[in-house]
Design a protein around this ligand. Structure first.
Ligand code: ADP
Length: 478
């Protein structure tokens, strides 16, 4: 069942209930009111005729016709009864018919009036055969003896209830019709209002359904600033967020597969080389001592490359999965750099490159993870040596900077052109693939450097000019 139908049913039940109660109460009140009015009217008439009958008005006593005319003018039926119950006047009949009327002593209103001075009753009259409401009243003071009605003991006025019931019926018809009108109005208004209320909910349900099916282009139309409007806005924001997340996830997925592809490719090259060399050896080269040694050495170089690649891969996956635990401590930067430079001087000399620590290097304590920073420095110095031709120089320096100590590795090497600069920190990105491989590079060195330096809240900066050299630097907190 839709919300709209539910609303309609509830409102209809409610209004039918309210109107039925109001209708019953209203008809009841009208009944009471009419009854009271009629009784009051009858009492007034009775009092007037009492007076007329007792005193005799106009010129002398009231004649039969005179009384009859007065009763008709007042739109009532007037009956005078003597103490024995005999009707001595009846406005609806002529004097000749009077003897035919039965004794009225047994009439309930007459009985009541005898007992308590006045009484009422409503019934179908035996005399005039209409439904009548009667009020009988005892005449207390004796009527003047000259009057024709001097022996009147009781006066009775009556009016036909047909008038009253007609009026009641009219009132009921009005009540029923106006109720029906109001009901129709309520149905129409409810249909319109419930439609308006239900529309935004309906929209949201539809769009939620679309989203479930994976269609994230849908947005809920916002037409109001009420709760529905706000709900719609929140849902739209949620859909936006979902969209963003999906885009991010897709990108991550792409990066992952790309990385996997790169890794396989990087692994394949040395493995193929080793395989080729071993096959050549087995095909007979193993018996030639000169050739076999050369092949074995080249196979070893390739296993070393494989080893370096795997070491870097393990490192980068540890870093990127968030498993890298850093332990920050203060340590003297100069001592640290002295020992690293000392450990790499031999490597530099083999390539006829001068590696030195700048004499102005400051002696200051810096905050960082010494082991990780050692790896950073080795990678940077190793690169500087790799990409600097023989006869060149590599200088390491630490200098005060406005927010700590800036550590730099400067070389007089090949340099990096501006187009490549923004990408050299990407995994497996190399400006010159052959050169990198020949020099034993894995293509992961700078990616590792970037991660570690960023974990220190810093950033690697590069300045480079082709054929002039490069400077890689970062700042450590003191
Ligand atoms: P690789 O193992 O190839 O050296 P890196 O991530 O360490 O990988 O460096 C990425 C690329 O950046 C290198 O292939 C090289 O082209 C360039 N590069 C890095 N350091 C230097 C440098 N000091 N001088 C010139 N080029 C460099």
């Amino acid at each position: 069942m839709t919300i709209r139908t539910k609303l309609l049913i509830v409102l209809l039940l409610l209004s039918v209930g309210v109107m039925a109660t109001a209708g019953i109460f209203f008809t009841f009140t009208i009944d009471r009111f009419l009854q009271d009015r009629i009784l009051h009217e009858l009492e007034t008439q009775a009092a007037e005729f009492d007076y007329i009958v007792r005193s005799g008005t106009f010129d002398g006593e009231p004649s039969y016709h005179h009384l009859q005319a007065l009763a008709r003018a007042a739109n009532i039926r007037l009956t005078l009864i003597d103490s024995a119950g005999t009707v001595i006047f009846e406005s609806d009949l002529s004097p000749e018919d009077l003897p035919k009327i039965e004794n009225h002593l047994d009439r309930p209103e007459v009985q009541a009036a005898m007992r308590t001075d006045s009484g009422t009753d409503a019934r179908v009259s035996a005399t005039v055969h209409k439904e009548m409401l009667y009020l009988a009243r005892r005449i207390r003071e004796p009527v003047s003896t000259a009057s024709a009605y001097s022996h009147t003991a009781l006066l009775r006025v009556g009016i036909p209830l047909t008038q009253v019931s007609d009026l009641k019926r009219e009132v009921k018809v009005i009540v029923v019709w106006s109720s029906a009108g109001v009901l129709v109005l309520i149905i129409v208004v409810t249909i319109i209002v419930s439609g308006r209320l239900a529309r935004p909910i309906h929209n949201m349900a539809r769009i939620a359904d679309e989203i479930r099916r994976g269609n994230l282009d849908q947005r809920i139309p916002i037409r109001s600033r009420d709760e529905f409007g706000r709900l719609g806005q929140s849902l739209n924001a949620m859909i936006d967020k979902l969209n963003e997340d999906i885009v991010r996830l897709k990108k991550l997925e792409r990066v992952r597969t790309e990385f996997l592809g790169n890794v396989s490719h990087e692994l394949r090259t040395p493995i193929f080389a080793i395989q080729g060399m071993l096959e050549t050896l087995l095909q007979g080269a193993i018996d030639d001592p000169n050739v076999s040694r050369d092949f074995a050495e080249r196979a070893l170089t390739n296993t070393q490359r494989l080893n370096a690649l795997l070491a870097d891969l393990i490192e980068i996956s540890r870093i990127e999965s968030g498993d890298m635990k850093m332990s920050f401590r203060y340590f003297p930067i100069k001592d640290f750099l002295v020992s690293i430079v000392a450990s790499m001087v031999l490597l530099a000399e083999q390539k006829q490159i001068t590696l030195r620590l700048h004499p102005d290097t400051i002696e200051s304590d810096v905050l960082g993870d010494k082991e990780r920073l050692k790896q950073v420095m080795i990678n940077l110095i190793d690169n500087a040596i790799k990409y600097t031709p023989a006869g060149g120089s590599v200088t390491v320096v630490a200098a005060a900077s406005n927010n700590g100590v800036r550590v730099s590795v400067q070389d007089s090497g090949v340099g990096i052109s501006a187009e490549h600069l923004p990408r050299i920190f990407e995994r497996f990105y190399r400006v010159d693939k052959e050169r990198s491989r020949d020099a034993g590079g894995t293509g992961l060195g700078l990616a590792i450097v970037k991660h570690i330096v960023e974990a220190h809240g810093s950033k690697v900066e590069v300045q480079s000019a082709l054929a002039q050299g490069s400077v890689f630097s970062f700042v450590l907190r003191t």
